[in-house]
Structures are given as structure tokens and as C-alpha cells.
Design a protein around this ligand. Structure first.
Ligand SMILES: Cc1ncc(COP(=O)(O)O)c(C=O)c1O
Ligand SMILES: [Zn+2]
Length: 409
């Protein structure tokens, strides 16, 4: 890395800047590189540290035994064909150690914490960033403090506790947890890994795009990304821009944002920008707060914490901002599971729901190569999936009981 650039006002900071956000306007920072100096020969390891030349940390991965990244990309033939799409793929990030894409971010942010001498890492989370931070802190010898809304799905809280984190279940929503984490980190001098505020998370998640490119052997037409704060989306876009900047690719994909109808702050802002018909004044662009309320807890966000970067990414890439009903998300969990064998948590099923909507609205052509990002495992929220899968047949241990039961179905 060679410094930071503010996403809102473009003010730059040198690489030794010790703050997290822009000192001029308080905006989120983007880590910059001297692309002419980056070696495009990837390391011969499987996982995120294959891309060490593109990562902003000292000693990347040397203290870590867990494997992060290097996740599969599946061709989802039957799922795609069910709506006439010939080239649908799933980037399945559910196999990361804590079962979500967040591990890509945590490993880089926590390596940064180690590089800067921190011993405690705090994070605000809807649940996954917390369990991921707890997981990586355990693996890297750091203390983790996690702030989540009290309503976070139990499996995510259980994971965090099992990994040994201090977990604060805040009586409030994610936004309350976020603000409290910020205040506590300032008070106690903790390294704050929270999404948006910490520029290092984007650098980890962007590796997902490098992997998709290597796995496909080409640039897809679209990547559809589940979106709450907008950090995953802006990371996916950065990954492709990195590859473009070093000359490895000569075109960029569209990045489509998948949000819940009732948690759509970023989509609403994109719509406003597009309606205005002119390039917005980014430093003053306001992303209106919503009252989020969706079963997809990971994307339930009132005030997106990396919203500006996400809105810019969607506009620059020419992607769509799509919102879907909770009922479409639920239906999508089952379709993905039953036609591909991949079990997605609600947020992670939103890209498929959004893809169907785009096909219905004729925004995607049948031969476009579409990648849906499956960002978190269905086992992280069994209660929601459990509400739609029905119940097993409870029977006596006899063949007659099986026959009788089959007869009844
Ligand atoms: C599984 C999963 N998908 C999607 C998201 C949304 O990411 P972002 O808040 O960066 O938009 C999250 C965030 O918690 C998540 O855990
Ligand atoms: Zn700024």
C-alpha cells in the first residue's frame, strides 16, 4: 500500500497515517497502491494469501494456520436454467472457517491490528463479522470484543462465545451496536474492525473477485452482491478494479446490489442519483437513513456504513440496484438448496432473488455470465430456514410406519 484516499472528498493520507477515517471530512478511506510496482505473479498458495502483493499488511498470513478464501465457484446449471439463464455461477463463500465471507476481511484487519501492536479487537456486527472476528482473534492470539443487536441469530452468538470472545448483546439494533462499539473502542483504545470505519476490511474481501476471475478464466458480465452496509459490494468492485489497474483484465463486470425491500438505503440512493441524470457531488451526497426490517438479518441496516463507496461502485460499474421482498428471499433459500446443494443464510440468498427479478424485468440476457455471491451459511440462521422447510415425519421404527407415512404424502 502507498497511502489512503477518502471516498467522499478524495483527500489523500500517507501510508503511515494512524487514523481510520478521513481527517478532513470523516469519510471512509480507501487504501491505495502503486499499481506499477505490484507484481502480478500470484503466490503459489491456495487461499487469500495467494494475493499477498495486493494486500496491505506486513508478514501476511505467516502466523495463521486457518485457511481463508480459496472457496469454490460452482456452475449452477439447473438453477440458472430454471429461469432461462445459461451461465449462472455461485461463488460459495460459506466454507470459510466461521462460515461467511467476513473471514476474508477479519484476517486482514486483524493482521493490521497485530502489525500496529494492538491486543484487543472490537467489532460491531449483525452477527457474522462478530463470529468471524472472534474466530480469527482466537487463531491469531488477540482478544475479541463483539457488539451485536440482541436479536442476532443464536448460532452467530454461539459461535462468537465458543471462540472465546466477550459478546455484548445490545438492547437495540445494529446501528446502536455500531455506535456503542465506536465509543467503547475510543474509550479503551481497542482496534476497531467495524465495517466501513476500518479500511482494511475491504482489502480482504476484494480477493473474492480475484478468485472468481481465476476460476472462470474470464471476467463475468455481472456479480450480484447481498448488500447492507455496502462494504462487500465496494470490495468486490475494488477487486476487479485492481485487476484492471495492473493490466490483467481489459474490461470490468457490472456489480448489482441485492437488498431487502425494507432495508434498501443504498438502492434508494442509487435510484436518486440515476433520476438526477448527472454526476453527483460525492462529498455532499446524502444517503437517507431507513427503518430496516427484514428477516435477512445480515443486511438489515438503517444507515449503511460504507454506503457512499457502494453507491459509487454500482453507478461506475453500471450495475442494477435491486430490492426483493422477504418472501422472495425465503423462496430463494429453498431453490438454491434444492437445485445446487448449497445452503445459504437469508442474506446470502438475496442475490438469487435479485437475479430472478432482473431476468423477469429483462435486465439480464439469457447468455450473460452471472455470478451470485453466497456470503454466509444457512446453518447460521436455522430458525428462519426452519420456518419454511416443514417438519420431518415422526414415525415408529417399523417399515409399516414408513409405508403408511409415504402413503400419506
Ligand atoms: C452473510 C452476509 N451477507 C451479506 C452481508 C452484507 O454485507 P455489507 O453489510 O458489507 O453490505 C453481510 C454483513 O453482515 C453478511 O454477513
Ligand atoms: Zn474526506
Amino acid at each position: 500500500m502507498n497511502g489512503y484516499c477518502c471516498i467522499a472528498c478524495n483527500t489523500t493520507q500517507a501510508a503511515d497515517y494512524a487514523g481510520f477515517v478521513c481527517p478532513t471530512c470523516g469519510g471512509n478511506l480507501d487504501i491505495s497502491y502503486d499499481y506499477a510496482e505490484i507484481s502480478t505473479a500470484f503466490e503459489s498458495v491456495d487461499g487469500i494469501f495467494r494475493y499477498s502483493a495486493f494486500l496491505p499488511v506486513e508478514n501476511p498470513g505467516t502466523s495463521l494456520s486457518l485457511k481463508i478464501g480459496g472457496t469454490p465457484l460452482y456452475k449452477a446449471g439447473r438453477l440458472g436454467e430454471s429461469i432461462g439463464l445459461r451461465n449462472l455461477y455461485l461463488k460459495d463463500d460459506t466454507g470459510n472457517p466461521s462460515a461467511s465471507i467476513k473471514d476474508r476481511a477479519s484476517v486482514i484487519a486483524l493482521q493490521r491490528a497485530l502489525d500496529t501492536g494492538a491486543d484487543t479487537v472490537a467489532v460491531a456486527s449483525t452477527g457474522n463479522a462478530g463470529s468471524s472476528t472472534a474466530c480469527l482473534a482466537a487463531a491469531m492470539g488477540l482478544r475479541a470484543v463483539v457488539f451485536v443487536p440482541e436479536s442476532a441469530p443464536v448460532p452467530k452468538l454461539t459461535q462468537s462465545l465458543a471462540y472465546g470472545a466477550t459478546v455484548f448483546a445490545v438492547r437495540g439494533n445494529y446501528d446502536d451496536a455500531y455506535d456503542l462499539c465506536l465509543r467503547a473502542s475510543q474509550e479503551f483504545g481497542w482496534f476497531n474492525r467495524s465495517t466501513g470505519f476500518n479500511p482494511f476490511t475491504r482489502e480482504g474481501k476484494k480477493t473474492c473477485s480475484y478468485e472468481i476471475w481465476e476460476q472462470l478464466g474470464r471476467v463475468p458480465d455481472r456479480v450480484v452482491v447481498p448488500t447492507g452496509d455496502g462494504n462487500i459490494l465496494s470490495s468486490i468492485w475494488k477487486g476487479w478494479r485492481d485487476l484492471y489497474a495492473v493490466g490483467l483484465i481489459d474490461r470490468l463486470p457490472k456489480i448489482d446490489c441485492a437488498q431487502a425491500d425494507a432495508s434498501a438505503a443504498i438502492s434508494l440512493a442509487v435510484e436518486q442519483v440515476r433520476k438526477s441524470g448527472s454526476e453527483p457531488d460525492w462529498p455532499t451526497l446524502k444517503i437517507d437513513h431507513v427503518d430496516a426490517n427484514t428477516i435477512a438479518d445480515s443486511i438489515s441496516v438503517d444507515q449503511p456504513r460504507d454506503g457512499l463507496a457502494a453507491v459509487k461502485a454500482i453507478i461506475e460499474s453500471g450495475g442494477e440496484a435491486v430490492t426483493v421482498a422477504d418472501s422472495e428471499i425465503l423462496e430463494s433459500i429453498l431453490e438454491i438448496a434444492r437445485m445446487t446443494g448449497v445452503f445459504a443464510e437469508p442474506a446470502a440468498a438475496a442475490p438469487w432473488a435479485a437475479t430472478k427479478r432482473m431476468v423477469r424485468e429483462q435486465k439480464i440476457a439469457a447468455d450473460e455470465l452471472v455470478v451470485c455471491l453466497v456470503s454466509g451459511n444457512g446453518l447460521k440462521d436455522v430458525a428462519t430456514a426452519g420456518s419454511i422447510v416443514g417438519t420431518p415425519c415422526v414415525i415408529e421404527p417399523t417399515l409399516e410406519a414408513v409405508c403408511e407415512s409415504l402413503g400419506n404424502h
